[in-house]
Design a protein around this ligand. Structure first.
Ligand code: NAP
Ligand code: MG
Length: 399
């Protein structure tokens, strides 16, 4: 069999710990034998971020802007303990944060649905994709602890010096204060990313906020979504038979739980943070959740939604047989290859990526799976627990 040829390289962002091991195994077992794999390699493993003073992360994000498609391995976000473990000169920032700031995107997270591993919410028949606005709100808020009586005001000083003031609260007792913001530009790029993703995946789109309470702030999100839908997307949505709806976040939560799934749920930053963890818990395992960052200018960065699985990595280093689940990382590769195939008009590459995903799902449905899934398994055939590598080999046999 001749290998599938590629035209444009993928931006390959290698990472840390157990996922770094899985990364190489996925390439060796399932990609290199079948594809003439072209990548531009960036080592985002913590030792190389230290050696390059984190320049490698910035370079990899810029390369994504150049080539349009990246695939990223999970990486360590250093904390005090990691500073010691890796002898770091600085507590480098979260690579995901750096990459998101450069690409300015929206994160889409979708569970991988497999027969025999049923979601806890029984009526969910199709996956629900969360689209999280990854900019502003409480994540870049300014906070203040009020300890004595006084007056809190919201003051805006325009460039020409004019001031606008509003009283927030006359404090007579201790309390807390917070100031948060967002930008029309970022909200619009979030909305565009959601509409385009809905069109690309032919799914309904639901956006929710709390405009009844937040009459300026959340109202602005709602308005921008409404305006862009009317001006740019309505015709395309109608042609595809898909819909856009705005809902209050609390009614949306009830609706989502009662739904059959199969739509995109666009959430503000905090709602998306919370709801994506609820979704992955309801689906069973973090390793069964895919994640892609879509930038407003049409760049894609595919990754797993989980971290570097540190506990299993330490066990692996002690020489133990570990059963880390490579599904989300494999799906990140498959997503990136499929997108590359689509952009470069290489249908055989896209078809290969689809076959890879199907072989992986079929492998689990045949009862072969990693340890995290065994306890969730409700299939008729007894589950056989395998290591991550054995799982990939079983996928290869099936492929
Ligand atoms: P984690 O690596 O996602 O692991 C959390 C737990 O989820 C694990 O202990 C394991 O549960 C389970 N799990 C996750 N992925 C799994 C897989 N592929 N196979 C089997 N089980 C899996 O998160 P963490 O322990 O909070 O963080 C570890 C490191 O990852 C940290 O240094 C953090 O900075 C980094 N991180 C990176 C990213 C990213 O790059 N996107 C995201 C999150 C965290 P059991 O304990 O039940 O085995
Ligand atoms: Mg979170």
């Amino acid at each position: 069999m001749s290998k599938i040829q590629m035209k444009t390289p993928l931006v390959e962002m290698d990472g840390d710990e157990m996922t770094r091991i899985l990364w190489q195994q996925i390439k060796d077992e399932l990609l290199l034998p079948y594809i003439d794999l072209k990548t531009e390699y960036y080592d985002l493993g913590l030792p190389n971020r230290e050696a390059t003073r984190d320049q490698v992360t910035v370079d990899s994000a810029n390369a994504t802007k150049k080539y349009g498609v990246a695939v990223k391995c999970a990486t360590i976000t250093p904390n005090a303990q990691r500073m010691e473990e890796y002898h770091l000169s600085r507590m480098w920032k979260s690579p995901n944060g750096t990459i998101r700031a450069i690409l300015d995107g929206t994160v889409f997270r979708t569970p991988i649905i497999v027969k025999g591993i049923e979601p806890l919410v029984r009526n969910w028949e199709r996956p629900i994709t969360i689209a999280r606005h990854a900019f502003g709100d409480i994540y870049s808020a300014t906070e203040f602890r009020v300890t004595c009586p006084g007056k809190a005001e919201l003051v805006f000083t325009a460039e020409d010096g004019t001031e606008t003031r509003q009283t927030i609260r006359e404090f007579t007792e201790p309390g807390v204060l917070q100031g948060q913001f967002n930008l029309d530009r970022s909200i619009a790029s979030f909305a565009h990313a959601c509409f385009r993703f809905a069109v690309g995946s032919k799914q309904h789109l639901l956006f929710c906020a709390k405009d009844t309470i937040s009459k300026q702030y959340d109202q602005q999100f709602k308005n921008i979504f409404d305006e862009l839908f009317e001006s740019t997307y309505r015709t395309e949505f109608e042609k595809l038979g898909i819909s856009y709806r705005y809902m209050l976040i609390d009614s949306a939560v009830a609706r989502v739980i009662q739904s059959k799934g199969g739509f995109i749920w666009a959430c503000k930053n905090y709602d998306g943070d919370v709801m994506s963890d609820m979704l992955s818990a309801a689906v069973g395992s973090l390793a069964m959740m895919t994640s892609v960052l879509v930038s407003p200018d049409g760049n894609y960065e595919f990754e797993a939604a989980h971290g570097t699985v540190t506990d299993l990595y330490y066990a692996y280093q002690r020489g133990e047989q570990v059963s880390a689940n490579p599904m989300a990382t494999l799906f990140a590769w498959a997503g990136a290859l499929a997108k590359r195939g689509e952009l470069d008009d290489l249908p055989e590459l896209t078809a290969f990526a689809e076959k890879l995903k199907k072989a992986a799902i079929d492998t689990i449905e045949s009862g072969v799976m990693t340890g995290d899934l065994v306890s969730l398994w409700s299939g008729e055939i007894p589950a056989r627990k395998v290591t991550g590598l054995e799982f990939l080999q079983a996928v290869r046999t099936r492929l």
